[in-house]
Design a protein around this ligand. Structure first.
Ligand SMILES: NC(=O)c1ccc[n+]([C@@H]2O[C@H](COP(=O)([O-])OP(=O)(O)OC[C@H]3O[C@@H](n4cnc5c(N)ncnc54)[C@H](O)[C@@H]3O)[C@@H](O)[C@H]2O)c1
Length: 240
């Protein structure tokens, strides 16, 4: 029997997560949102692309506007993407109070319906929200994860691959610290085919990659949301 994954929040991140899981046939997916309509429509689209992507995974979309989480019951994994995204000029920490209320309410429902699941938190500010989910759930620490480090490292690898004109398969990057403006990309531990970046690139190019890795998510997520940001992001996307 296929595993069951619930994705809470059917916006940009939640829909993409659900789509990837279905396309790779990793699990059956329940996509939830407080909005009525969009989760069901998106889930139907995912299912109907199954004959093209050759997947039999099932996708179901439900609204939890009435507080009913029963369709998520027995999930093996719950990915929480619900919450408010940043607007231009906001830091991740500006989202703290509003998204804490969302994450707390979601986790209480998840614990009730899927007491044995693994929770993966995506909602920002990520580190605080992962900690909140850990406390509210009462789950052991190995069942509450925050998703961000893998994204930050992947971003850095993307920029290294562009700069060096190599495949991303040859690049391994290392970013430590929280998911925020104080993250720490580590060039010396980041390699192209085993060669550390300082042995491969001049300092100013490495500095540009480090700077872009730290600021990209802020600029990238806002870029979806306003013309002003879209214009700004075009400049940022020109690395050299
Ligand atoms: N950790 C990371 O690396 C990372 C990367 C990208 C985005 N994020 C964060 O993920 C979150 C989602 O980003 P997005 O771009 O998908 O935003 P989005 O606005 O596109 O989607 C958020 C969705 O959450 C829904 N929602 C709000 N409250 C809810 C609730 N109580 N229950 C269920 N659904 C609810 C909204 O209706 C919306 O559809 C944001 O907090 C964003 O900052 C984190």
């Amino acid at each position: 029997m296929r595993k069951k994954v619930t994705v809470v929040g059917g916006g940009f991140v939640g829909s993409t997560t659900a789509q990837r899981i279905v396309d790779m046939e990793l699990a059956d997916v329940v996509l939830t949102d407080i909005l009525d309509g969009p989760p069901a429509g998106k889930a139907l689209d995912m299912m109907e692309s199954g004959p093209i992507t050759r997947t039999d995974a099932r996708a179901t979309g439900i609204s939890t506007s009435n507080g009913d989480y029963s369709a998520t019951a027995g999930s093996d994994v719950v990915v929480i993407t619900a919450g408010f995204p940043r607007k231009p000029g906001m830091s991740r920490d500006d989202l703290l109070k509003a998204n804490y209320d969302v994450v707390k309410a979601v986790v209480e429902q998840i614990v009730r319906h899927s007491p044995n699941c693994i929770i993966i938190v995506v909602t920002n500010p990520l580190d605080a929200m992962a900690q909140a989910a850990f406390k509210v759930s009462g789950f052991p620490k190995n069942r509450v994860l925050g998703m961000a480090g893998v994204l930050d490292s992947a971003r850095m690898s993307t920029f290294v691959a562009i700069e060096c004109k190599v495949s991303v398969e040859n690049v391994h990057s290392f970013v430590l610290g929280g998911h925020g403006d104080d993250m720490v990309p580590l060039p010396r531990y980041s390699t192209v085919a085993g060669i550390p970046l300082p042995d491969l690139l001049p300092k100013d190019r490495i500095d540009a990659i480090v700077e872009r890795t730290s600021t990209e998510s802020r600029d990238c997520s806002s870029a979806f949301r306003s013309n002003w940001e879209r214009r700004a992001s075009k400049k940022l996307f020109r690395l050299s």
